[in-house]
Design a protein around this ligand. Structure first.
Ligand code: TYM
Length: 354
């Protein structure tokens, strides 16, 4: 993708082509709904830090408006919001280099979300596997917000003309829908205003699975705490959870092909690769032929070595919630400086008089 000229957006005539190319810009978000897991760390935060450190323009958001699509206790939501922000900062997101804020402070997200509700088709929403999984047999009784959620997610991304979205595998379909929404908007209004965003999902750790059942994703809402590693778990808890993690009777193979049909084994190897910034091939070169009695303690040690400093720093940051709020407010101001002109231009394109 080429360079867009400055940040100035083309003015006026909605029918002329807004032909422009887009500066690489990264956006991603995490819901403050319960604690964070190793899945959030490996599938998202770890890579967000890497993209920031590579010098890309990065915008990271605590998506509180997404969290309330399912019930959140208003007494707990502020703590959860600050804790996600603290986890990002403790993991290496620098609020000076990245734009870090919480979603409800930048109302442009919700406003563009409404426009996209009028662009996206009901049939598209019906295909969203995450909605089907979350709503289950109870689909008539979930909130309308949960159903419309992917359209707000598209707005989160496109309100910044973001070109790259680092997410875990489970969010890929939503980023693809974001492209459909951008394409339909551009087509319907005869413009080239919104970019075709790329999901960034390569590398190990993009789909961290449940420690007790390798066919299910590790999630913060799973039934038992033993099925996930929380970012705030202490060393003993991490060791106990990996020790009890389900595996099979075979030793580790010497190459990834030997993990076929062994979901739990594959998961633990990928977690090790993600935490050590290496690859399943390299991990198996080191551990191939060894049993779980050797591998699990090594994995637990590695996880503790990575997560302990982060959770210690999170506790330190959480001791001063006012400082976190100040950082989020400053991030929101910077976010709005990008979002406001894009929303203004969107309204103009749609023909809304302001
Ligand atoms: P959320 O809050 O469920 O998860 C945040 C990020 O963590 C990743 N993730 C995982 N990755 C690997 N393995 C797992 N087990 C695992 N569990 C979670 C998710 O893929 C995600 O990247 N809809 C989004 C939040 C969102 C968003 C956005 C993301 C709202 N607007 C715009 C990107 C761009 C969500 O619910 O993520």
């Amino acid at each position: 993708m080429g360079k867009r000229k400055g940040t100035a957006l083309p003015a006026a005539n909605p029918r002329r082509s807004d032909a422009m190319s887009f500066t690489p810009r990264v956006f991603s978000g995490i819901k403050p709904s319960g604690g964070l897991t190793l899945g959030n760390y490996l599938g998202a935060i770890r890579r967000w830090v890497a993209m920031q450190d590579e010098g890309m323009e990065t915008i990271y958001c605590v998506v509180d408006l997404h969290a309330i699509t399912v019930w959140q206790d208003p007494k707990e939501l502020p703590h959860a919001t600050r804790e996600v922000a603290a986890a990002m900062i403790a993991s290496g997101i620098d609020p000076a280099r990245s734009i870090l804020f919480n979603q409800c402070r930048v109302s442009e997200h919700a406003e563009l979300g409404w426009i996209f509700n009028c662009v996206a088709r009901v049939g598209w929403m019906n295909r969203m596997t995450q909605f089907k999984e979350k709503a289950g047999a109870n689909a008539e009784n979930v909130s309308l917000g949960l159903y419309a959620y992917p359209s707000l997610m598209a707005a989160d991304i496109l309100i910044y003309h973001a070109t790259h979205v680092p997410v875990g595998e489970d969010q890929k379909q939503h980023v693809e829908l974001t492209r459909d929404i951008a394409a339909k908007f551009n087509h319907d209004y005869g413009v080239e205003f919104f970019p075709m965003t790329e999901p960034v999902t390569e590398g190990p750790g993009m789909r961290v699975m449940n420690l007790r059942d390798g066919s299910k994703k590790m999630s913060k809402s799973g039934e038992s705490d033993m099925e996930r590693i929380n970012m705030t778990d202490d060393a003993d808890t991490i060791a106990r959870k990996f020790k009890r993690a389900r595996t099979d009777a075979d030793a580790l193979p010497s190459e990834p092909a030997g993990l076929a049909g062994r979901a739990e084994a594959k998961n633990l190897v990928e977690i090790y690769a993600g935490l050590s910034d290496s690859t399943p091939e390299a991990v198996l070169r080191q551990f191939g032929g060894q049993g779980w009695g050797a591998f699990k303690p090594a994995l637990a040690d590695l996880a503790v070595q990575k997560l302990s400093p982060i959770s210690a720093e999170m506790s330190r940051l959480m001791a001063d919630p006012a400082e976190i709020d100040r950082l989020l407010a400053r991030g929101a101001e910077r976010a709005r400086a990008i979002a406001a002109p894009i929303l203004a231009r969107t309204y103009e394109i749609v023909g809304l008089v302001r």
